[in-house]
Design a protein around this ligand. Sequence first.
Ligand code: ADP
Ligand code: ADP
Length: 225
Amino acid sequence: MSYLLIENVNKTYNSTSVLHELNLEVMEGEMVTLLGPSGCGKSTLLRCISGLTDMDKGSVHLEGRNITPLAPKDRNVGMVFQSYALFPNMNVYDNIAFGLSMKKKSSQQIKSRVEEMLQLIDLTEKAKSYPHELSGGQQQRVSLARSLAVEPKLMLMDEPLSALDAKIRKHLRTELRQIQKRVGMTMLFVTHDQEEALTISDKICLMNQGRIVQTGSPDEVYSKP
Ligand code: ADP
Ligand code: ADP
């Protein structure tokens, strides 16, 4: 049974169609990549799933439940962006704790969860550092930990590695894939980088002009004729 099911989504901006009768199915624990050129509608699709953008038509089901009418905060969907969007005046610990304190967890629950997340991203020794004291790669790991801390049902990642230089990008994508498998997190990952998609995905969806034009495992999508 599908875990995330997107059916017949249409989205138009100023009478220009950006998403066209789009369908997508993701299984539990899968790492699925949306791969396509700039402007093909990848970010718009993620924003429709998270509820940050309203769709004109269509539905999003998560674990069998129709989440289309729900506000973003009620969807249980995490999001990581290219810009790490950490709070500059909070240290790493408080950044990761932020979502948990919004959920009114006890300070003991928060502490154990933040410590678990710090271990997961291997930054325990940076708990008291501020974002500007970290490298880009470290900041993006904190951003991931902050999203994972509240245990979302689905993680949406919008070009999370694109702002990093090539060496760190390669390192971090391997790390991200390991974390995703270890936690069993279902992820939808957006990129325009073919090599990135090939190395981290269970399934690749090729997107072009608001449609998914091909779906398959990395081998299926890129097998030589
Ligand atoms: P991608 O993530 O694949 O680069 P986007 O989803 O960001 O693509 O954009 C798809 C198309 O929708 C582009 O042509 C873009 O200019 C347009 N678009 C995105 N957001 C808006 C908006 N808020 N208002 C008007 N047009 C938009
Ligand atoms: P990673 O590969 O883990 O992303 P780097 O190799 O880029 O990290 O950084 C190595 C070390 O240099 C880290 O401990 C980090 O704290 C420090 N560092 C990197 N960039 C900055 C910066 N702009 N300001 C302060 N410290 C930095």
